[in-house]
Design a protein. Sequence first.
Length: 439
Amino acid sequence: MDFRLSEEQLEFQKECRDFARDHIRPVAAQHDRDQSVPWEVMKAARDQKLSGLEYIQRMATDEQGLLGVIYAEELHWGCAGIALAISASGLAAAGIASSGTPEQVGQWITECYGTGDDIKLGAYAVTEAGAGSDVKSLRTTAKLDGDEWVLNGTKVFITNGGIADVTVVVATVDPELGHRGQASFVVAKDTPGLSQGKKEDKIGIRASHTAEVVLEDCRIPVENLLGGMDKLDKKLERARSGAKSGPSGALATFEITRPLVGASALGIAQAAYEWTLEYLEDRSEDGSPLLEQQRVQQVLADVATEIEAARLLVWRAAWMGRNGVPMNGGQGSMSKLKAGDVAMWATTTLMDLVGPAAQSTDLPLEKFFRDAKIYQIFEGTAQVQRLVVSRMQRAEYRQKLSEAQEILQQAPGNASGDAAHDSTSDALSDAAKSVGSVA
Ligand SMILES: Cc1cc2nc3c(=O)[nH]c(=O)nc-3n(C[C@H](O)[C@H](O)[C@H](O)COP(=O)(O)OP(=O)(O)OC[C@H]3O[C@@H](n4cnc5c(N)ncnc54)[C@H](O)[C@@H]3O)c2cc1C
C-alpha cells in the first residue's frame, strides 16, 4: 500500500489550491454577505477547465479515483458556498447518468453545464416538506396525459432551484408503491408551470443558491421520463406483482458519491485549522507564545489528527468507488459521516481556542463554522448516515457468518463429529442467530 500522492495528483492539488486562493477567497466574504451567485468565479473555473464537461472528462480518466476528492477539498478550502455553486450541477448530472438512457445522458448532461462561455446549471429536486430522509413519502405527482407528463408539487431546499437550466424532478407515478412507484423527469428552464418559490436565507454556504421549486400543471414531453416508458412499466409491474426488488442501485450510487461530500467538509476543516495556526503564530499570553503552551498544543493535535483520520476514510472510499471494490460495509457513508462531524467539531473547537475574537465577523472562523453545519444535514443527515452504516455493517457481518458456516459444513471431519469444528460451528450459529434477532 502506497499512501503517497502521485506527481499528477500533487500537481492537480496545487492547481486547485491556487485557483481557490486566487479566484475564490478574494470574493468569498462578499458573496457570503450578499448571498449572491458567484458567476465570475464559475466563469474562471470554466476557463481553467475546473468545471463543465472538460472537467468531467478529466475525472473519467482518473485511474485512482482521488482527483475528485482532491478537487472538492481544495475548492471548499477556498469557500464552501462558492465551491458548491461551481459543482452543484453534478447532482443533476449524476441523477441523469444513473437513470437515463444513453441518448438522454448525451443530451441532458450537456445541458446541465453548457459549453464554452455559455454556463448552464442543473438542479436535482427530491426533497419535499414531508419527505427528505423519508424519500418514499414524497407527494409530487407525475401523471401521463396523452404524450405529456403533468407534474404537480413543491420541492424544498433545492440547490440551484429556480435558476437551473435543467431540473431533474423525482416524482411519484403510483404513491401506493412507495419509492418503487417513483421516477425521475427532466424539466427544462422556462417550461410553463415550473417556477421558483421561496429563496432560502441560510446561515452557511450562502453563495450557493437554495430555493423551492414549484410545479403547477407543469407539462413535459413523454420522452423526458428518464430511462423511458418500457423501463418504468416493467418496474411498476414488478412492484405491483409483489416481486422483490434487487439490490438497491441508489444505495450503491450514494456510497460512491458520498466521499465527495466528505471531501468538501474536510476542505472547511482544513481551512479553519490552517487559519488558526497562522492566527496563533505570533500571539502570546503573559509573555508565553500560545503555540508553545501545552493546552493549545493538545487541541491542535486533536484537530489535526481528526482531519487526517477523516481524510483517510474519504480517500479510501473514493479509491474503492473508482476501482469497483464494493462498499458493502458502508465505507462511502462512513467517510461522509466522519468528515461532516469533524468539520463541525473542528470549527467549534478552534473557535473555543481562539476565544471571543472568533465571534467577530472580521475573522473568517465564524464563516467556516457556519459553512460546516450543512455537511451534517444534506446528502443524508448524520443520523441517517449512522443508520445506513449500521445496517450495511450488519448485513455484511451476516454474510460473512453464513459464508463461514458454509465452509465449516463442508470441512472434513464435520460430519463425524469433530469436536473443535463442532464447537466453532455452534458458536457461529449462535452468533448468527443473535445478529438475526437485533431489531
Ligand atoms: C442548503 C441545503 C441544500 C439542499 N440541497 C438539496 C438539493 O439540491 N436537492 C434535494 O433534493 N434536497 C436538498 N436539500 C435537502 C436535504 O437533502 C434534506 O434537508 C435532508 O436530506 C434532510 O431531510 P429532511 O429535510 O426531510 O429532514 P428530516 O428527514 O425530516 O430530518 C429531521 C431530523 O430528523 C432526523 N431523522 C430523520 N429520520 C431519522 C431516523 N430514521 N432516525 C434518526 N433520525 C432521523 C434527521 O437526521 C434530522 O436531524 C438541501 C438542504 C439544504 C439545507
